[in-house]
Design a protein around this ligand. Structure first.
Ligand SMILES: [Zn+2]
Length: 292
């Protein structure tokens, strides 16, 4: 008798395969999150993601496999390197935990199948984008263009989005954000030096002149390819509303430096994740509401 058959004899047995699948996705997500930490740290620095193995940034000692278990090692080590006792950033376990929980959510929402895999890939790309854009003002092409290709590839499989929906929403997202970029460029070009590049990015002043970077334009296409027209609209709406709310909150709290830009990638990522889970519900709520 195999494990599945045995478990199905227990009360609530029909739920068992889903529980196994969800637990597997949680563990997978924790490991993928650990890998995303490596990518977010090494790719912007132009280093290999394969070699050398992980090392402590302070003392350079290699990190043993048992000190590299997602979330658990951070807790067991008391947030400090085993060798030199220098603190480990809580960002590492936070990224691992967020990815793990998003994978768990994807598994529970979609159930075993290709859709859960597509959702997990999108979630991974969005977590990566939040980290690289907040830290380096960078949306990696590996995430945006790689994600665009992955989203289109998932649409080739039966079930889920059609290729037309996926490609159409990707093209729509690309064009919309390109227009926003061009329009804001046209307005801001008339005011030279109005938007200052962030500290450390003075040599990329051009990229920060427009209200929207190229990375955001490519990211919008990627989100479209995964979510299709309706849910992409929800994702962009959530991104603009939360972005505006965060901007206003920064200004009111006095934390916003005048003429400094704000990264938009994290808000696009947030919008995509909200829409991945609740896009259809929000869309039908909007469509069924009686507008005056
Ligand atoms: Zn160390």
């Amino acid at each position: 008798m195999n494990v599945f058959a045995r478990c199905q004899q227990l009360p609530g047995g029909t739920q068992t395969p889903l529980t196994f699948f969800a637990f597997f996705f949680l563990l997978l997500g924790l490991c993928v999150g650990s890998f995303l930490n490596v990518v977010a740290w090494r790719v912007p620095a132009g280093r290999s993601i394969v070699r050398p193995g992980s090392a402590c940034p302070s003392c350079g000692n290699p990190i043993r496999w048992y000190d590299n278990v997602p979330v658990l090692s951070f807790l067991l080590l008391g947030a400090r390197c085993r060798q030199c006792r220098s603190p480990i950033s809580p960002l590492y376990p936070a990224v691992e935990l967020a990815t793990g929980l998003l994978f768990l959510g994807a598994a529970l929402r979609a159930g075993p199948g290709l859709q859960a895999a597509a959702d997990a890939v999108l979630a991974s790309l969005m977590v990566l984008t939040v980290r690289t854009d907040l830290e380096n003002w960078l949306v990696l092409d590996e995430a945006s263009l790689g994600g665009l290709a992955a989203g289109l590839a998932f649409a080739l499989a039966p079930g889920g989005l059609s290729v037309l929906q996926s490609a159409g929403a990707a093209a729509g997202g690309f064009v919309l954000f390109l227009l926003i970029r061009l329009a804001s460029l046209a307005v801001l070009k008339a005011k030279p030096g109005y938007v200052l590049p962030p500290p450390g990015h003075e040599d990329e002043a051009d990229e920060f002149t427009g209200g929207m970077g190229w990375g955001d334009v490519k990211l919008a296409a990627c989100i479209g390819a995964f979510l299709g027209p309706g849910r992409t609209a929800v994702a962009f709406f959530v991104a603009f509303v939360t972005g505006a709310a965060a901007g206003i909150a920064m200004i009111l709290s006095g934390r916003h430096e005048k003429r400094r830009p704000m990264p938009f990638g994290p808000f696009l990522a947030l919008g995509a994740l909200v829409s991945m889970f609740a896009g259809n519900a929000l869309l039908s709520l909007y469509l069924s509401a009686s507008w005056p």
